[in-house]
Design a protein around this ligand. Structure first.
Ligand code: MLT
Length: 231
C-alpha cells in the first residue's frame, strides 16, 4: 500500500503490517529502539503529544519537517540516540509516519520498518510465516520514492519465502532492483529530500538509507512501540 489514503482497499486481518516512513519517522523509531528507548507513543496531534509530555514523556516530532514549538526534540534519528533517553518513553507526532501507524489498526501485528532494520524485519516475518502488507507513509496522500524503495527492498529480502501480489508491489520491487547499486542517488532526488534541503539534515538522510544497521524489531501494540528483541 503506497499511501495510507489507499489502506481501505486492503484487508489487514491476519497479516503483518510493516509501516515505513524512511524520511524520517520510522527511521527515528528504529534508531530509538536500538539505543535503549523504552517505548515510543505515536499520536495524531500536537495536543495529545503535549498531554503525554505533561505526564513525563519526552515529546518529539515535526510539522512540515520542522520541530514543533515546545517539544523536547524534532524528528532526527540522531536525536533518538541521546543517552538521556535510554529507558525513557517518547511521545511522537509527525506529518505522515505516526498517522500511518495508527491507520494500520486491524493487522495481526504492526511492525515498524526502515532500511536501518531491514534484515531484522525480514527475518521476523519469515519466522512468523505470515502474509505481509507493507504500509508506506508517503507524503500527505501522495506516493514517495524512499518508502517505495524500502517496500521493494523488503520484497527482495522476502523473495525466497513470499510471492508479491499486485502492481504496487511489482512497481516497488522493480524500482528497488533498478536502483539498488546507488539508493542514495535516487533518494536525494526525492521530493522530501528537496523539502528538507533547507534544514541541514543531509546526514539524517544518509543514515536513513543505511541498510540493516540495527538488529531491532519494533512492534506497535496497545498504543505503544516497544522492541520485540528486548522482550
Ligand atoms: C513524516 O512523518 O512526515 C516525516 O517523518 C517528516 C520528516 O521528515 O520529519
Amino acid at each position: 500500500c503506497l499511501t495510507p489514503e489507499l489502506i481501505h482497499q486492503h484487508d489487514l486481518s491476519g497479516k503483518i503490517a510493516v509501516v515505513v516512513d524512511i524520511f524520517r519517522a520510522t527511521s527515528c523509531m528504529v534508531t530509538g529502539m536500538a539505543h535503549g528507548v523504552q517505548s515510543i507513543h505515536p499520536v495524531a496531534t500536537v495536543e495529545e503529544c503535549l498531554q503525554l509530555g505533561a505526564k513525563g514523556m519526552v515529546t518529539a516530532g515535526e510539522r512540515g519537517g520542522i520541530k514543533v514549538e515546545g517539544f523536547t526534540i524534532g524528528n532526527s534519528p540522531y536525536e533518538y540516540m541521546r543517552e538521556e533517553f535510554q529507558k525513557q518513553s517518547i511521545a511522537v507526532t509527525t506529518t505522515n509516519g505516526t498517522r500511518t501507524i495508527l491507520a494500520s489498526e486491524g493487522a495481526k501485528e504492526i511492525i515498524i520498518g526502515a532500511f536501518l532494520n531491514l534484515s531484522a524485519v525480514a527475518r521476523h516475518i519469515q519466522q512468523k510465516n505470515s502474509d505481509v502488507l507493507i504500509h508506506c507513509a508517503g507524503w500527505k496522500g501522495t506516493v514517495n520514492i524512499e518508502d517505495t524503495l524500502y517496500a521493494g527492498a523488503l520484497i527482495a529480502e522476502l523473495s525466497g519465502t513470499h510471492a508479491h501480489t499486485g502492481d504496487a508491489a511489482l512497481l516497488a520491487h522493480e524500482l528497488f532492483r533498478a536502483n539498488q547499486t546507488d539508493l542514495m542517488k535516487i533518494a536525494n532526488n526525492s521530493a522530501h529530500a528537496a523539502r528538507l534541503a533547507g534544514f541541514g539534515v543531509a546526514k539524517d538522510l544518509e543514515l536513513c538509507m543505511q541498510q540493516s544497521k540495527f538488529d531491532v524489531v519494533p512492534i506497535y501494540e496497545n498504543g505503544e512501540i516497544t522492541s520485540l528483541t528486548q522482550k
